[in-house]
Design a protein around this ligand. Structure first.
Ligand SMILES: NC(=O)C1=CN([C@@H]2O[C@H](COP(=O)(O)OP(=O)(O)OC[C@H]3O[C@@H](n4cnc5c(N)ncnc54)[C@H](OP(=O)(O)O)[C@@H]3O)[C@@H](O)[C@H]2O)C=CC1
Ligand SMILES: O=C(O)[C@@H]1CCC=N1
Length: 281
């Protein structure tokens, strides 16, 4: 985050203001982040109008302005594509003639390859793929980035600086980006699912919803903080909770009978298969 605060980002055009687009915007709007300008587009007018009220943001809706996306990218240094994967191809065809040479087009869309995007855009444009996650809203995203064919070190540094406004950035070859997405892109959903399940168990044991949320959310936050701040192995930290012949040991035995590693391998394989379907269009 510190690096991001030392760089002045060029004008950014954010195409799509859904969960991800707005999460990234929250980083760009954070105190200390210097950005030449922010333009946002969305399909519906209601959300565009809401964003237009934010100081420093110009917003357009495609519902009311057919040229909204072309207008937003005109003169922008970085264009962030944050629409659904199925819409990316049409969107790129729509903006291609409005992109200045040297523009960096960053897509956060799952599955859609750089090769596909490059085939729809002029060679003078640099395509980068990024895979952030929703903790971006609180500045705690993990974002994978990978360079396209026409991307140079300066383009990548710019994209890094952009995503460092919302958290950490990891650079990987594009061949690994969909796999990364099955871990950290989708990962917050896995964690929330575990939280939902443990909360349900707490309520079944007679705690109120408020008490259950305090117990479960605090436990996840505390355990994650302990893991990161201690730098210790999670298996060792688990061992310290699990007294020999104690209560935790019984619970862990039940959970391990579900073969969690196999379950997570299957879940992430399924996500990867879906990314390949999205790539095929
Ligand atoms: N959600 C996540 O955790 C992550 C998502 N992604 C990727 O981010 C992308 C967006 O996902 P997400 O934010 O969840 O989806 P959303 O549906 O929340 O957002 C998509 C947004 O695009 C807008 N939109 C639709 N058509 C256009 C258009 N022609 N021009 C401009 N805006 C348009 C929609 O407007 P309206 O609602 O008015 O129709 C909507 O606000 C996807 O490609 C996904 O793969 C990547 C990493 C994580
Ligand atoms: O579910 C999806 O397709 C997107 C990509 C990663 C997280 N959300």
């Amino acid at each position: 985050m510190d690096d991001a605060q030392n760089v002045t980002l060029p004008t950014i055009a954010m195409l799509g203001a859904g969960s991800m687009g707005r999460a990234i915007l929250s980083g760009l709007l954070a105190p200390g982040v210097q950005v030449a300008g922010i333009r946002v587009t969305n399909r519906s007018e209601a959300r565009a109008a809401e964003l237009a009220g934010t100081p420093g943001v110009t917003a357009y809706a495609t519902e009311t302005r057919a040229d909204a996306n072309r207008l937003a990218v005109d003169g922008a240094g970085v264009v962030v594509v944050a629409v659904k994967p199925a819409m990316v191809r049409d969107l790129l065809a729509e903006i291609r003639d409005s992109l200045a040479p040297g523009t960096v087009v960053v897509s956060v869309a799952a599955g859609v390859t750089a090769e596909t995007m490059e085939s729809l855009l002029p060679d003078t444009v640099s395509v980068v793929r990024a895979m952030p996650n929703t903790p971006a809203v609180v500045g705690k995203a993990v974002t994978g980035v990978s360079a396209g064919t026409h991307t140079d070190a300066g383009d990548l540094a710019l994209v890094r600086a952009l995503f460092e406004t919302v958290g950490e950035v990891v650079e990987v070859p594009e061949s690994q980006l969909d796999a990364l997405s099955t871990i950290s892109g989708s990962g917050p959903a896995y964690v929330f699912l575990l939280i939902e399940a443990l909360t349900e168990a707490a309520v079944q044991k007679g705690f109120t919803s408020e008490q259950a949320a305090t117990l479960v959310n605090g436990t996840f936050l505390g355990a994650a903080d302990l893991l990161v701040s201690s730098g210790e192995d999670p298996a060792e930290l688990r061992r310290r909770v699990t007294s020999p012949n104690g209560t935790t040991e019984r619970a862990i035995a039940v959970l391990q009978s579900a073969d969690l590693p196999t379950l997570f391998a299957r879940a992430t394989d399924a996500a990867l298969a879906r990314a390949r379907e999205l790539a095929a269009g």
